[in-house]
Design a protein around this ligand. Structure first.
Ligand code: 5AD
Ligand code: FES
Length: 353
């Protein structure tokens, strides 16, 4: 613990550690160290964002996916997934309802569904921006060509979430089919940054085969890319995948990583994720207390919620949007923070505009 205390000081002051020091910190699994990291992370986060927690309305608009990531419940080879695709009108309705509930960011998330061509997406984004000019639009629709990213940006999209999943190339290979590559993933992230999106990277904690050394690579990767947002959550097995019998990722390790990421990238927009809330009934609250400052309640129509299942036992699949936002607001308040009605842009964006 004494060593860890010193490492936490060094990390908070220099925003850096050696690989060996990162490893030592990750390997110290004591509650004291976890809590000391969280306390530092809260300090840093409150100095920049106060007690504010930003909300994003998540619209899971298609679970059709041409990819076959081995861990994911909506991978194309899962014949048991009941597929759906929302219409443009349904997507716009979700956004309208979200707006009325106080959301100022809508996240369009979906599988890599070829139906959603640039033309179709552009039209949806333009209509969204037309109806709600004060809303940010975030896309989370996987790997595309740079021209496509550019067109969607020009249509009005503000942000893009594309988790790198793991920065350990060997592990990346083992989690994905042959045709996917870490190099292409990174290329996409760099292009998104170049275009001017606020970019979210991120990874799963405890994916099959992941070591603490892999996680150190993830931290290095984040230091280098400097994304505006970082999404992390524990790996949770899905019963229709080859990893069905694998152990889920650790909630406590996820919390420690949230705190470390807050210290590495003090300004970062860091969600307390649904996977964290699924792995532990108090997971999202614990995430906020570990330094997270974003929550992403679900805005998808209740008729499709139970179908967007990336992993087993996902929470909030039976709730209406209004119920989710009410519940989330109360949960955040209970741990001493407040949900705010704001776009919740990254500070660098505010400086630019
Ligand atoms: N457990 C936890 N997270 C998962 N994701 C996909 N499958 C799982 C799983 N089984 C995450 C991936 C993806 C994000 C949308 O959901 O990191 O980028
Ligand atoms: Fe969805 Fe609590 S956040 S019901």
């Amino acid at each position: 613990m004494e060593r860890s205390e010193k490492l936490i000081d060094k990390l908070a002051q220099t925003r850096d550690l050696t690989d060996e020091e990162f490893l030592a910190l990750l390997e110290d699994e004591t509650e004291e160290t976890r809590e000391a990291l969280a306390a530092r992370a809260r300090e840093v986060r409150e100095a920049i964002h106060g007690k504010d927690v930003y909300i994003r309305g998540l619209v899971e608009f298609s679970n059709i996916c041409k990819n076959d990531c081995k861990y994911c419940g909506i991978r194309r080879s899962n014949r048991n997934a009941e597929r759906y695709r929302l219409t443009e009108e349904q997507i716009l309705e979700c956004a309208d309802m979200g707006y009325d509930l106080g959301f100022r960011t809508v996240v369009l998330q979906g599988g890599e569904d070829p139906y959603f061509t640039d033309d179709r997406l552009e039209q949806i984004i333009r209509k969204l921006k037309d109806r709600h000019p004060d809303c940010a639009v975030t896309l989370s629709i996987g790997e595309r060509e740079k021209e496509s990213y550019q067109r969607l940006f020009d249509a009005g999209a503000d942000r893009y979430l594309l988790r790198h999943e793991t920065a350990d190339e060997e592990l990346y290979k083992s989690l994905h089919p042959e045709e996917m590559s870490f190099a292409h993933r990174i290329k996409c992230l760099r292009e998104l940054k170049e275009i001017g999106y606020q970019v979210g990277a991120g990874f799963m904690v405890g994916s099959p085969g992941q070591t603490k050394a892999s996680l150190v690579k993830d931290l290095r990767f984040l230091q280098d890319l400097k994304p505006e947002m970082v999404g992390i959550g524990p790996f949770i097995p899905h019963h229709d995948t080859e990893y069905k019998d694998c152990e889920a990722g650790s909630v406590n390790l996820t919390l420690k990583l949230l705190s470390i990421i807050r210290l590495l990238l003090p300004d970062v927009l860091l969600p307390s994720t649904t996977a964290l809330g699924t792995a532990d009934p108090m997971g999202r609250e614990k995430g906020i207390l570990a330094g997270a400052n974003v929550v992403m309640p679900n805005l998808s129509p209740s008729s499709v919620r139970g179908k967007y299942l990336l992993y087993d036992n996902k929470i909030c699949t039976g709730d209406e949007a209004a119920e989710c936002i009410r519940c989330m607001t109360a949960r955040v308040a209970k741990v001493g923070y407040q949900v705010v009605q704001s776009r919740g842009d990254h500070v660098s964006y505010k400086e630019k505009n």
